[in-house]
Every structure is written in C-alpha cells, then in structure tokens.
Design a protein around this ligand. Sequence first.
Ligand SMILES: [Zn+2]
Ligand SMILES: [Zn+2]
Length: 363
Amino acid sequence: MKVIQHSAETLQTALVSSRQDLVKLYSKYTKVERQLLEEGFHPGQPGSLFQPITVHSDSDWIPAHPEEPQDFESFYRDPYRKTPSASHNTIYIQTIGSFGEAGARTDQYVEWLRDYCQAFFHGLSVKLMPAVTVAETGCSFRVNSHSYNLQILTGDLLRFLGSRKPKDAFCIVGITMIDLYPKESWNFVFGQASLSMGMGVFSFARYDDNFYSRTYAGRLKKRLLPKQGDYSVFDGYYTPPITSTLLLRSCKTMTHEIGHMFGVKHCQWLNCVMQGSNHLEESDRRPLDFCPICLRKLQVAIGFKIAERYQALLHWIEEDQSQTSRPEEASACQSVLHYQKPTEAFHTSALWLRKCLDILEKG
Ligand SMILES: [Zn+2]
Ligand SMILES: [Zn+2]
C-alpha cells in the first residue's frame, strides 16, 4: 500500500491558487469556513477531517489511468466547465426499469436518491422524470456471454435521454439496476456520460454484493437468445435487494458522476468521493463527500453556504431515524407503504458531518 502524501504547500496551492484574483476570492470565505477547508493541508493526522489517498494495488485507478491532476485554478479557468444558471438550474433523474421488487419500492428508493442529490448539490433543484421501462427507451440489449446477465446499450439510453432533456436542465442522468455495455466488444461498463451535452447514464447492478458470485440471481438460468425489440425478458427480471450498502454506493456514484457534469475531474489530492475508481473495493474505500479542493470547485459553481450544505446532508441521514423512536407511527406508515430509509451505512459520514459543523458553527 502506498500513501500519496502531498506537502502542505502543494495542497495550499491546489486549494487557494497563486493567482491574485483567486486568492482574493478565497479570502471572501468566513474565518471558520477557511479553517474547515485548511484542515485539508494536514491530512491523516490524529483527529484530522481529511485523509491522504492510499493506493492499494496496480489495479487501482491512479496507477491504471494516469491523468493530469486538476487543482482549483485549472478547474476555474477550464472553458468547458459548466456552471448552472437561472435558466438551467435543475438536475433531472430518469429511472430506467425497476429498483427493488415492487413499484412502490422503486419510487421510494429513487426519492431517497433525489433528496440526497438535492442536499449534496445544495441550492440546485433535483427532479425526477416519470420512470420508464426498458421497453419504453427502445434500446438494444443482450445477454452477456460470460456472466449470462441482461445488459442494455448505453448509447441508445443517452439518445433517449437527449430526446427527453427538459429546457431548464443543468443535466439529466439516467439510472438503472440493469447492467450496461457501451459496445459489442466490451464486457460491461458502470456508466457513460456526455459532459458537453450534460447527460449521463449509470448502473447500480454491480453494486449488488452477490453480483460476482455464481449464484447471482440475475444470471439467466437457461441459454437465451432474446430477439431485439422483444422486451419481455425484462418482465420480473432480478434487481438487487435494497440495502443500506446499496443506497450508500448509489449515492456515491450519483454524486461522483454529477460532479463530473460541473467539470470536476478525478481527485488526486485527498481521499474524496471524486477519486477515480476501477473496482468495487476501491469505490467502497472512497468517502461520501468532497475534499476541500473539490468542495471549493462545487461551491464556486453553485454558490451555497458550506455549513448549510452539511446541515442538509446530515438532515438527510438523520430524518428517518427520528421516526424509529415512535414505533406506533412507524407501523402506521408501513401500511401506506412507507419504507424506512436504511441509513446504517451512513453512520461514519454522519459523525464526520457533525465534526465539520462543529468547526463551522463556532463562528
Ligand atoms: Zn469519474
Ligand atoms: Zn477531492
């Protein structure tokens, strides 16, 4: 395992920049906001809010995909980065196919994701498009010849999203529990995006704990050669059970991918949700939130107050927990198909958010 330890000076330049106007812009943050951001200069020390990146093997993202690191200054002057405007300030989420075993479950799961994104991209509005079935997208699909699970073609889905993108969209993201492939010769892909068009599509299928096992329930039992255009194979097709871990992984993927829509590139500074990830173990290692350098990029693009954003995220984690303390109410809710949000896997993040707020609320 290798620790990527940058010096405090390097991290300071990456965050603040040496350009006069950007230093001035930085000085507009309040004292406590700067104190929080500057916690990132000394990662990994006892009690530190931020950690250095660790590379565990050559199959990790950084050794496998050498990229130019993007500091705040290079983000700021990138002519292709995208900033929401008054007329383009909504993130749209389009679900494709079902999530969980029943319709009500799909709606509830996607509502949680929507609410999470709205807290994460604090200040923007996040809306759900009416869910569509795989058939409604008219996409091509196949049975993977090694793993025997169903897969749908990303290019077709992007075309479908493009035709439905509302006028006020900052971006539109398609999400599905069905595995994806970008072209015949590829085994699979987690997702695909077109930054210039503000569109992306991502699958959570491989976030099922069982995906890589031979007993995976999404493996078709018999050899099947489905006819293109006959979508009946998707009727009742397996989707992963909704667990806290699946929700955590989905939230990370969505916010990482939407982060790219702003022009934020892979983080090479600190442990951060914007780190690239090559495999599930690596994406599980990523924290749920941004490091200070990526946070400044997002803050400049959206203009939120840092404390308000952290409060919204903490509220999202904790809001349903307050309901468990009133069992009579919880059971009444169940009868109208209200599912308890499974936030156990967010426990560490909640503690972290509280530590950040302790600093910010001192002011
Ligand atoms: Zn990425
Ligand atoms: Zn970062």
